[in-house]
Design a protein around this ligand. Structure first.
Ligand code: Z5A
Length: 203
């Protein structure tokens, strides 16, 4: 089983992923967590470049680096873990590239979908939890932290990313479950569990 968490910065992905990880481990599942970009030595290096304010990266290079990081992660971590019947939870996956680079940076979405298809090797999440918050809440939750290269892009960009995520959820309602993430951590987690529990494989 493969579950991904999506949404704009500060939406609470990492919080919910950690809660689900603990819940599944406590009831006896073998769980692996990953993050994008990252979770392999090369992908972590690409992450450092992608988020670093020092670099002025073209939109096309940015897409290709996110896709390269994803290819590494799928081939060396996610695919083997799924073959071992582990439950894999990922903080972001290919929807991030559609939302951020496709909608946010206004790059060609069909081209991104093709690149995604090449990198994911037919690994589609069983569920994707889209934690939906307005940009103002993202700013409040990130108050005091230093913006990285992507976070510094600004308001209009983030409004497009949010709209992009919502349209992905509309397109694929069976996979992408949109949750109002302005609710409490506990209420959000309760909704996630209601969806995941009936679909869990036997231990
Ligand atoms: N990116 C991209 O552009 N294209 C791609 O293809 C991919 C990624 C894969 C990766 O950052 C960056 O790369 C990201 C998109 C881009 N943009 N930027 N920058 P990331 O995913 O590693 O980190 P992030 O998106 O910036 O998220 P984050 O800062 O780690 O936040 P989060 O995981 O969504 O939230 P959190 O850490 O769980 O919570 C943030 C704070 O809010 C924390 O203090 C919590 O205690 C609090 N919180 C959480 N939930 C709640 C609720 N329900 N109520 C109140 N407070 C809460």
């Amino acid at each position: 089983m493969f579950i991904t968490f999506e949404g704009i910065d500060g939406c609470g992905k990492t919080t919910q992923l950690n809660l689900l990880h603990k819940y599944l481990k406590d009831i006896g599942y073998n769980v692996l967590t990953t993050r994008e970009p990252g979770s392999t030595p090369l992908a972590e290096k690409l992450r450092n470049v992608l988020l670093n304010m020092e670099y002025n990266i073209s939109s096309v290079s940015e897409i290709l680096m996110f896709e390269a990081a994803r290819a590494e992660l799928v081939d060396s971590v996610i695919h083997p873990a799924i073959c071992r019947k582990q439950i894999v939870l990922s903080d972001r996956f290919y929807d991030s590239t559609i939302a951020y680079q496709g909608f946010g940076r206004q790059q060609n979405i069909d081209d991104i979908k093709l690149l995604n298809k090449i990198t994911i090797r037919e690994i589609i999440p069983n569920f994707t939890f889209l934690l939906d918050i307005p940009y103002s809440v993202s700013l409040e939750r990130r108050f005091g932290s230093i913006d990285d290269r992507i976070e510094s892009t600004g308001n209009a960009f983030y409004e497009r990313v949010i709209a992009g995520y919502r349209s992905i959820a509309e397109e694929e309602p069976d996979r992408v479950k949109m949750i109002d993430a302005t609710q409490s951590k506990e209420d959000i987690f309760h909704q996630i569990i209601q969806i995941v529990k009936p679909a869990l494989p036997p231990i």
